[in-house]
Write a protein that binds this ligand. Sequence first.
Ligand code: PA5
Length: 477
Amino acid sequence: MPQITITYDPRGTYLPEHGLEPSALAKLGPQLIAARDDVLADAQLWADGVEPALNKRPLDAGFHHLPERLLAEYQTKGHESEVGRIIATANRLSAVVDRAVLLGIGGSYMGARALLESCCHPYYNEVSRDARDNRPRISFEGNNVDNDALAGLCDLLPTAIAPGDVSNRWAIVVISKSGGTLETAAAFRILLARLRDSLAGNLAQLPELVVPVTGDSGKLFDLATALGCREIFPVPDGVGGRFSVLSAVGLLPAAIMGLDIVQLLEGAVAMNEHFRQAAVGKNVVLDYTGICHLLETQRGCNIRLLSTWGKRLEAFGLWYDQLLSESLGKRERGAVPITVVNTRDLHSRGQQHQEGKRDKLITNIIVERGNSTPLAIGKSELNQDGLNELAEKTIPQVLAAATAGTNQAYRDDNRPTANLRVPAINEFVMGQLFQMFMLATVLEGRLIAINPYGQPGVEAYKKNMNAILRETASDGV
Ligand code: PA5
């Protein structure tokens, strides 16, 4: 069984003023263990198909053991399993198209974007097809209502596709659990019409170039069936949108990008095992949740800054922003998540973090080793910038100095920080991170008696928007 490679160090929160006593986490231990038991029992209840008690509904605990289930099925059924079919479809698409347009919003979008930004080339769409390992470019749409953005994408999509010319061909992956989300559905209709037109006489290809990921009923399912789509991938029952990154919702896009989805799932399995076994003080999920909870309840730190050092994890942070906001932002409670990218944001938000209100806990995600050769600043005869004395220093060394210097400045002013360290960014680590933050979110929900599942507050705007649109609809349909 692979071990987790993430570590969590909360010592920067143990401060003489405005911080915690070093013994605080251990004192919270029994409550954290009780909440963990609750989360484990939820997963079991869900697996056994037992109807949950009223105060636990909805209970979308299906995400918890989804990685184990998918891997077990892959081991026994190979290419006929869901993972096997995802890999085959991703390979098929990669061989015939040079752009995959991924349509989806919220939980049907943010995980795939986090995977692209964390694990792929930083300029993925701009490097050659060879450098992309013959994988298609990725474009995200249907995640907003933005005419200029959608029209801008249309400008990039060839309108006449010569058969066999991969460089001009594109496909649509449309992801919506409910199948009825207007942002995604409207973009899908517009782009489907465009794809159909671009195929001219070859309409038989359309069902090959549209791959839906959706529930097993609903408008998108019906539309995909009517189109005769070759594959329709499921969003399993009992897996909520923002908990679905390790289902086909995130796995199909990841496989299209050429990522190793088995490693992603194995990272999540390792985190599940660690969550279940490790004691308070050594358990990254229990400790992270405990420290966040203690600082919020004892020190009023209801703003949680996830501070990523370098750009690769920004979209992961945005994925977590959604996860925490939609899961715990209920009944006038729930901490406010904010993702910052440093050093970039030290030049925009840094002043407030250093001297603003004492309502923030900063969790750094520190990546110990980048994926590329360190670049040195280098000597130059044009030394007007005075950088020759730092000529030997590399960009990772500059980043490490910035991280240490920033943490020290916060500590000097009794501003709590914690460090989450990962050895490098790869699929195994991303699987751990996704699962860690999903588990931490449901754990905290159980700790503070807020149901982390469901998002009743999101329905209000949808209802109003649809009513307004239908009042003014010209054809009355
Ligand atoms: O977490 C959630 O359930 C939401 O953020 C959904 O993912 C989002 O609203 C998109 O829904 P759907 O996948 O049904 O289109």
